[in-house]
Design a binder for this molecule. Sequence first.
Ligand SMILES: [Cu+2]
Length: 150
Amino acid sequence: MLRVTILAALAMLVAVLGACEEQDPEIAEEDQVPSDLVEDEEDDGEPADDEAANGDVVESVEVVATDNDFPEMDDQITLPAGTVEFALDNQGNAIHNLVVEDTGETIVGDLDGGEQETGTYDFEDGDELTLICDIPGHEQTMRFDVEIEG
Ligand SMILES: [Cu+2]
């Protein structure tokens, strides 16, 4: 009688253990579902930081052009290092532009009389450059030096 009871208890124990083993894979599969949802939440990146790194304008300079002069510009101006924006305002009748004499690089291309346009130039600390209008015959009177500090 005692032996039968022990065997019956062992049989029940085996049955219970067997049932538990079958449930384990189901629990593991359920754990994997939420992990897919978590990865989707990480796509909310903000691109603003990359844009700020390139093209951050540190100073804006308005350059009025007449025939043939930059009447409001001193012979030499000091600007900070970085990207400087130049707003060229052609108040004359002739075509005028803004070019870096030392490198030939165009900041603002040819503008007809009455036109305005902006352009930028990336200066490095210690740069000493001359900006001109490079229309033939204009550079003698349409020029100013730029010194970069900091
Ligand atoms: Cu000019």
